[in-house]
Design a protein around this ligand. Structure first.
Ligand code: NAD
Length: 466
């Protein structure tokens, strides 16, 4: 299926009149689809042919796209060959940052379907998708259909059908589809991953995680996000609409899709005690906010409990409203022999009933378990966003593509972690009933091997330019 019209037909976008827009109205709650699938090809551990140069196109140049542009242009072997945003001024601003460099991108803008032309551009290897997240899956799938690897911002999909579409498209085209979960590359997350792999926790039993951070200022800001899309999401969805930052690292630690898999969840939302009130307060002074004052917002606190097939549990929260100073990912790993927790900062570890280990012992554990990726990249991590996660995720992606190596996060991770978005909503809408989580690997999870190579056993040869 190469042609634009076929693609739109197959995705149902044409009949909905949503081609290219990813309009929020088309993103409705869906019935849970549990149809059994057969794996066409196992993308877990898949290594695509080596690329000497990685020629990149970026779709979406709001906040996150330019951040990836700045990071990617520092990495050896990268050529930025295409830029796209609906808004021409965003494309021009991004392009100005590349003046006088080796990067000479083709520019696409001014039309909601221009991103398709970027995906069709012949001389690209990788398409990075940084638009509002309910557009990600269609854009990533279309890029794969046109022979490109896809790297999507988080979450990679907003509906269950989109999760399956990513899996099926990646398996059929044998193109990578990585969700850029930068928090998987945070120091404490990688430290605890290494500790888990080396048996420090004994059996990992439970993980607590979250993305709890006040976004009231951003979400009600008139010019922070394109078309107020985050506020529209909070005003139309239920459940955890941003689960992957917390969950991704915990799933890596629990070997989800590689020895275990997510089985079912229950989810509960509090009421909204803040967003509608804020919208009404603003609407009283400013007509711009009148449509937002009518909306029923997602509750302030969303909590989801997930059980794995092997009987482990994960608690994942999302709170974007409470007036918290400190942001928290919680990131607490509980095992049969030890536990570790990063938030509140600083990180701490316990091995017995005597409380947290002393500072000296903590430092010794950190020294012993810090993975090679951190020791190798620590200086660059200090200069990069999100605790160094931004540079590491981009560098690993490019290094693996250039070295012909499997990626740290594959399409099954993207689908499983993102599926919490629609499935938590299903649970909330059914009075917190339990909802099955599909096996996106179609049984291959039992034999798949862990794939986040934090010890850099292979590769690691790509340089990062200053
Ligand atoms: N990993 C992280 O730490 C992190 C941080 C910030 C954002 N994000 C993710 O990045 C994504 C983008 O977020 P953002 O803050 O940059 O949002 P944004 O609103 O600032 O940017 C989105 C851009 O997409 C453009 N766009 C909209 N429709 C388009 C279309 N049809 N074709 C081309 N461009 C289109 C808009 O003009 C806008 O410039 C989101 O999915 C978000 O979850 C991740």
């Amino acid at each position: 299926m190469k042609n634009r019209r076929d693609f739109l037909k197959a995705t149902g976008l044409l009949s909905l009149g949503l081609a290219g827009s990813g309009a929020l109205e088309g993103y409705a709650a869906e019935p849970v689809s549990q149809k059994p699938r057969v794996q066409r090809f196992n993308m877990s551990g898949y290594a695509a042919p080596k690329l000497d140069k990685v020629r990149i196109g970026i779709i979406g140049l709001g906040n996150r796209g330019p951040s990836h542009l700045g990071t990617m242009r520092q990495i050896e072997g990268v050529e930025i060959r295409a830029l796209c945003d609906l808004r021409p001024e965003r494309v021009k601003a991004a392009n100005r940052r590349l003046e006088g460099t080796i990067h000479k991108p083709t520019l696409y803008s001014g039309n909601k379907d221009e991103w398709m032309k970027l995906c069709e551009q012949e001389d690209l290897d990788l398409v990075i998708v940084t638009t509002p997240y309910y557009m990600h899956a269609n854009m990533a799938a279309y890029a794969m259909e046109h022979g490109k690897h896809a790297a999507s911002e988080v979450p990679a999909a907003a509906t269950l059908e989109e999760c399956w579409k990513l899996v099926e498209t990646a398996e059929r085209t044998r193109k990578h589809c990585m969700m850029l979960e930068n928090y998987a590359y945070n120091f404490f997350q990688m430290l605890t991953l290494n500790m888990a792999r080396r048996g420090f926790f004994g059996e990992v039993v439970h993980g607590d995680c979250a993305y709890n951070t006040s976004k009231m200022g951003n979400n009600f800001g008139k010019s922070v996000y394109w078309d107020m899309w985050w506020l529209r999401l909070y005003g139309s969805k239920k459940g955890n609409i941003y689960p992957t930052h917390g969950m991704g690292p915990v799933c890596q630690i629990m070997n989800i899709n590689r020895g275990d898999r997510l089985d079912y969840l229950v989810s509960m939302d509090s009421n909204d005690f803040m967003m509608k009130a804020k919208a009404q307060e603003l609407a009283a002074k400013d007509d711009f906010f009148k449509p937002f004052a009518e909306k029923e917002y997602r509750g302030n606190m969303s909590s989801t409990l997930i059980r794995t097939v092997k009987g482990k549990t994960i608690m994942v929260q999302h709170d974007a409203t409470s007036p918290r100073g400190p942001h928290t990912m919680i990131h607490a790993i509980t095992g049969t022999k030890a536990l570790a927790q990063e938030y509140p900062l600083p990180g701490r570890i316990s091995k017995d009933l005597n409380g947290w280990v002393s500072k000296n012992e903590y430092d010794a554990i950190v020294k012993e378990y810090t993975p090679t990726i951190v020791t190798r990249m620590s200086e660059l991590m200090k200069k990069s966003g999100h605790g160094g996660g931004d540079i590491l995720e981009c560098w690993r992606l490019i290094d693996c593509l250039r070295g012909g190596l499997p990626l740290d996060q594959d399409v099954y991770d993207a689908a499983a972690w993102s599926s919490i978005v629609p499935l938590s909503e299903q649970s909330v809408l059914s009075r917190s009933n339990s909802i099955d989580i599909p096996d996106f690997t179609a049984g291959a999870w039992e034999k798949n091997l862990p794939n986040m190579d934090i010890m850099l056993t292979k590769g690691g040869t790509t340089k990062v330019l200053g």
